[in-house]
Design a protein around this ligand. Structure first.
Ligand code: G3D
Ligand code: MG
Length: 181
């Protein structure tokens, strides 16, 4: 897919990817965003799923083509192609597992390597904020990481829906800002 926006009925189209360790809630987030439903059955993502959704951002219509990657290390070899042409990324960790935040740097490195640094906007997402009793990562720690890479930050719950839409809006807004539309 081209990195440049494609114009169809004045709608801009961008490929974005969901990056983050297995079971942080990437598939749950995109499913919640698409349907408003939270799927309780966990199915390991095999390969890639692709979702499309149009958003209205500050008067512009933007279509996000969201690629949901296999986060499991044994699928690493298939990931390279999924980064191709990506303009934006959600970097997702799980607030109940600190290692998933620490691993975001590895995800970023892999992304940079495979896109040549062409991902123009990222948003850092601390998911599962409904599980406050199991929390291992303070909100401030996620925010500090996001500030360090100059990205917006949100805590979300794919279960309750908290901030799910805001994350995708922020990503679309970041892309538009970067592309100077
Ligand atoms: P992944 O796509 O990143 O691998 P999934 O992650 O979306 O498949 O989610 C992994 C597990 O976390 C699933 O639970 C899912 O229901 C749960 N989950 C995802 N988001 C949230 C959330 O915001 N809050 C809570 N409480 N759970 C969440 P199971 O138990 O089926 O493995
Ligand atoms: Mg998944």
């Amino acid at each position: 897919m081209s990195k440049e926006p494609k114009t169809k009925s004045k709608e801009l189209m961008y490929k974005v990817i969901l990056a983050g360790d297995g079971a942080v809630g990437k598939t749950s987030l995109i499913e919640k965003f698409m349907t408003g439903k939270f799927e309780k059955d966990y199915k390991m993502t095999l390969g890639t799923s692709i979702f499309a959704k149009s958003l209205s951002v500050d008067g512009s219509s933007v279509k996000l083509i969201v690629w949901d990657l296999a986060g499991q290390p044994h699928f690493k070899f298939v990931r390279a192609g999924f980064y191709l042409g990506a303009t934006g990324a959600l970097l997702v960790y799980d607030v109940t597992r600190k290692s998933t935040l620490e691993n975001l740097e590895n995800w970023r490195a892999e992304m940079e390597k495979n896109t040549g640094g062409d991902v123009s906007a990222s948003v850092v997402v601390g998911n599962k904020c409904d599980l406050d009793n199991l929390r291992e990562v303070k909100k401030g720690e996620g925010k500090a990481y996001a500030d360090g890479i100059n990205a917006p930050f949100f805590e979300t719950s794919a279960k309750s829906g908290d901030n799910v839409e805001n994350v995708f809006l922020a990503l679309a807004r970041g892309i538009i800002k970067c592309k100077g539309v």
